[in-house]
Ligand binder design. Structure first.
Ligand SMILES: *[C@@H]1O[C@H](CO)[C@@H](O)[C@H](O)[C@H]1NC(C)=O
Ligand SMILES: *[C@@H]1O[C@H](CO)[C@@H](O)[C@H](O)[C@H]1NC(C)=O
Ligand SMILES: *[C@@H]1O[C@H](CO)[C@@H](O)[C@H](O)[C@H]1NC(C)=O
Ligand SMILES: *[C@@H]1O[C@H](CO)[C@@H](O)[C@H](O)[C@H]1NC(C)=O
Length: 262
């Protein structure tokens, strides 16, 4: 008797749950992108062309779809919105790495599927590759890197690993650059530095030329200007002080000129 009542209870609970949840499940539209029902990452390469097709499942009525590229709406043609919609990403570039494409149900925008592009490419290096500095000044060699997957970075000088001297060299690395700071540059720091990036796809290098000039002895321009100003002012004051004398002299001369004219 006890067994029958428990199983009866179980059957009842099951039926109740079925009645409660089945209609809602059946009514809620589900999206797929390229046949997948959840967010996913799409591995691709520069220059490739990818097409993403979004479709509604479980729908009773016509459903409008929206596409977003990151946060921005993608303009869709009239015949490419109802029940299914495709976007084509042509000539993919390195800068498309990490960009997401999201398909949403217009009626309920919480229903969505996102695809994140994983654009893999060999290291791209850039930077100011020719610098001239005066002896004893500070300099930064900055090797900018873009790479997916991330590259291992290293500095070399004339084909050998740099023997880093404390208080002279400093190396800083971020996901976007490898930087070598040299403080109080010496003549021996002159030369070609090589930035080397190693990724599973490829090894790339870029040379940075550093030319160390002699320290030019600067002419002290400020004291010279100051001295000139002092001399000029002294002359001016002198002239003002003797103004009367000079004026009298001038008048006298004029008078004597008059006399000769008469
Ligand atoms: C979209 O789907 C609904 C329900 O299945 C259907 O009635 C409608 O004709 C479809 N519309 C288009 C344009 O495919
Ligand atoms: C939108 O869809 C979500 C997930 O299916 C659901 O939980 C939510 O109740 C829906 N909102 C509306 C307003 O229909
Ligand atoms: C991107 O693709 C590369 C190569 O297939 C893989 O090593 C890496 O883990 C992927 N990155 C992500 C975020 O999926
Ligand atoms: C300094 O380095 C530059 C760049 O590598 C090189 O062209 C030049 O010959 C070097 N000068 C001296 C004196 O070593």
């Amino acid at each position: 008797m006890a067994w029958t009542s428990t199983s009866l209870l179980r059957v009842c609970t099951f039926l109740l749950l079925l009645i409660l949840f089945l209609p809602r499940e059946m009514m809620s539209s589900v999206l797929t992108v390229n046949g997948k029902t959840e967010d996913f990452t799409l591995d691709t390469q520069p220059g490739a062309l990818e097409s993403l097709e979004c479709a509604v499942q479980n729908h009773i009525e016509a459903e409008e779809l929206l596409w977003y590229r990151n946060e921005g709406r993608v303009d869709l043609q009239a015949g490419n919105k109802i029940n299914s919609s495709s976007v084509c990403v042509s000539s993919i570039t390195e800068s498309d790495d990490g960009v997401s494409f999201t398909c949403r149900l217009q009626r309920n925008q919480t229903v969505s599927i996102s695809v994140v592009l994983n654009v893999t490419f060999a290291p791209l290096l850039s930077g100011n590759d020719f610098q001239t500095v005066e002896e004893n000044s500070d300099v930064n060699l900055v090797c900018n890197v873009k790479s997916n997957p991330q590259a291992q970075m290293m500095w070399y000088k004339e084909d050998s690993i740099i023997n880093l001297e404390k208080d002279h060299h400093r190396v800083q690395q971020t996901s976007e650059s490898l930087q070598l700071s040299i403080s109080k540059v010496k003549k021996s720091d002159n030369g070609t530095y090589r930035c080397v990036a190693t990724s599973p796809l490829k090894m790339e290098t870029k040379d940075f030329h550093l030319v160390v000039k002699d320290k030019t002895t600067r002419v002290p321009i400020e004291p010279i200007i100051a001295a000139c100003v002092v001399v000029f002012l002294t002359l001016c004051f002198g002239v003002i002080a003797r103004r009367n004398k000079i004026l009298k002299l001038f008048l006298k001369e004029k008078d004597s000129q008059k006399e000769t004219a008469l």
